[in-house]
Write a protein that binds this ligand. Structure first.
Ligand SMILES: *[C@@H]1O[C@H](CO)[C@@H](O)[C@H](O)[C@H]1NC(C)=O
Ligand SMILES: *[C@@H]1O[C@H](CO)[C@@H](O)[C@H](O)[C@H]1NC(C)=O
Ligand SMILES: *[C@@H]1O[C@H](CO)[C@@H](O)[C@H](O)[C@H]1NC(C)=O
Ligand SMILES: *[C@@H]1O[C@H](CO)[C@@H](O)[C@H](O)[C@H]1NC(C)=O
Length: 485
């Protein structure tokens, strides 16, 4: 039974049988310069293990590691309480076994939202509810209940005034796509396209939410190592693969999976509305990956198809080196703000890496490959090196608009008086426009920070500033990044 979920026939040339959630957001107008919108990378905190640390230790580990967003597979109140007042954002889940009730009965959905969201918010920064998980794969008899359940959960959030803060989505398996190669051929399975995906996309657009999809280049590679190069699966193919229809070249299988999803959405008429409300210059759509990752070990799964495909001995996909390469690629991609895809160059990409820990109760039997997706061993040692703070990436310092005019002005004066180069923001200088305190403060703070050798402490200004890892553009000026000796 445990294996059956993952052994559905390969659909489409690059379909994946694994859960990775990637969220395609529909439209987030950028009302003002807001570097925090470029995407976030967090982890899926799966708990299918009998040797995992206490929730209190886990929260400490998240904070130590600079992990600022997590996805849960339930809404366990012990976990949600432990995450209170940490600033960590959380996507909770209404499990598949609650779905039928939530769809049939609005008051059941309201009860669930009161107990599992409202009771913890805002102390615990819940920002999303996943309604079910991979329903088409794992609870296919509930497929028709999915969108009604999402709508009832959303309606419950509306009644509590939480619908702006907490978005409703549902992580779908990548097998929801019938075709995924070339990306331009991407389309949803016929049995779900019109009856389920179309109303779901309408719902997501109406509620300003996003599509979430579980996308695993790992499983695509494992199933077709003869057709897919390892570099491409790891996100780093020099040559790339060309979509013969669009001519777009893909250097990363994950990008191809994302674009296949965008094309599938478009075929259901989603692109027009995805671009609406976007007249302020924001990206067409954003992509959040609610699950993606790479196994670092374990034995192959039983089954002829997978054996033939070279799970384990012949072509060992699941190695520490590969898992390290892929997950660092994901982390750095999001932190650097380089989140667009060939077809949607302006798209955001939020990612939950699967998973926080190696979980010894996943998969089928001892040492299954599914038990090795963790970034950490259960004893809290890292399986390999990674850095959610972007220590090795270029960085910039920008003003936090929420700090308010007075604090920003004081910090701006301080920076300009203590070594920041503020000549560019004087009247008639190239970066004077926009002539606002927050814009000028970003220039001054960044200059101060760069000249201090990008010491994190030099980007604080009593909480009025913070570090970003993608070059901020303010008016016509891109903030400089200086390589210092
Ligand atoms: C929630 O998690 C805690 C800590 O792991 C566990 O002891 C408890 O049984 C869980 N509660 C439910 C309802 O699953
Ligand atoms: C769906 O199927 C599961 C078992 O596969 C069963 O437990 C559940 O009751 C079914 N739900 C509905 C609404 O039919
Ligand atoms: C943690 O567990 C891993 C895997 O079992 C082991 O290799 C490592 O040495 C352990 N670390 C500590 C500090 O015990
Ligand atoms: C910006 O400032 C507000 C208010 O002080 C604070 O809540 C928020 O966390 C800050 N944002 C960042 C990214 O530091």
């Amino acid at each position: 039974m445990c294996c059956s979920v993952r052994s559905s026939p390969l659909q489409g040339r690059m379909a994946l049988t694994r859960p990775f959630v990637l969220v395609l957001s529909t439209a987030l107008p950028l009302l003002f310069f807001s570097p925090a919108d470029a995407g976030e990378v967090g982890v899926s905190y799966g708990r299918l293990g009998n040797n995992l640390p206490s929730t209190a230790s886990v929260v400490k580990l998240l904070k130590q590691s600079g992990i600022t967003t997590v996805r849960l597979y339930d809404a366990n109140s012990t976990v949600l309480k432990a995450l209170a007042n940490t600033g960590i954002t959380v996507m909770v889940m209404l499990p598949n076994d609650h779905l039928a009730a939530a769809a049939a009965d609005p008051s059941s959905a309201r009860r669930w939202v009161r107990q599992n969201v409202a009771a913890h918010y805002p102390a615990t920064r819940i920002h999303g509810v996943a309604v079910g998980n991979e329903v088409f794969e794992e609870a296919s008899n509930l497929t028709r209940q999915l969108v009604p359940a999402m709508a009832n959960v959303h309606a419950a959030l509306v009644r509590l005034g939480l619908d702006e803060a907490v978005k409703v989505s549902t992580p779908i398996a990548f097998t929801a796509l019938q075709e995924s190669w070339p990306p331009s051929a991407g389309r949803f399975r016929d049995d779900i396209a019109k009856p389920v995906m179309k109303p779901m996309l309408d719902f997501l657009e109406r509620t300003r939410s996003y599509l979430t999809i579980n996308a695993y280049p790992f499983f695509a590679y494992v199933e077709q190592p003869d057709k897919i190069s390892l570099d491409y699966a790891l996100g780093n193919s020099k040559a790339g693969v060309r979509d013969p229809v669009t001519g777009l070249v893909y250097h990363s299988l994950l990008d191809a999976q994302l674009d296949a999803t965008y094309f599938a959405m478009e075929k259901l008429g989603s692109s027009a509305s995805a671009r609406q409300g976007n007249s302020l210059g924001g990206p067409d759509a954003s992509a959040y990956i609610s699950e993606s990752g790479w196994s670092s070990g374990g034995r192959r799964r039983p089954g002829r198809r997978l054996e033939k495909a070279g799970y384990g001995a012949g072509a060992p996909a699941a190695t520490i080196a590969n898992a390290k390469a892929y997950n660092n690629y994901l982390i750095n991609r999001v932190l650097s703000g380089d989140t667009g895809t060939p077809y949607r160059p302006d798209a955001d990409m939020d990612v939950y890496i699967f998973a926080l820990f190696n979980e010894n109760e996943k998969g089928c039997g001892a040492d299954d490959i599914e038990q090795h997706f963790g970034l950490f061993y259960p004893n809290q040692t890292k399986v390999y090196e990674f850095d959610f703070r972007g220590g090795a990436l270029p960085s910039w310092c920008v003003a936090n608009a929420s700090a308010g005019q007075a604090r920003l002005q004081a910090a701006l004066d301080y920076a300009c008086g203590h070594g920041a180069d503020c000549s560019d923001i004087q009247p008639r200088a190239p970066c004077f426009e926009p002539n606002t305190v927050v814009a000028h403060a970003s220039h001054a703070f960044n200059s101060y920070y760069q000249r201090s050798g990008r010491d994190k402490a030099a980007c604080d200004f009593a909480g009025a500033a913070y570090v970003v890892h993608h070059a901020p553009k303010i008016g016509k000026c891109v903030l400089p990044w200086q390589v210092l000796d």
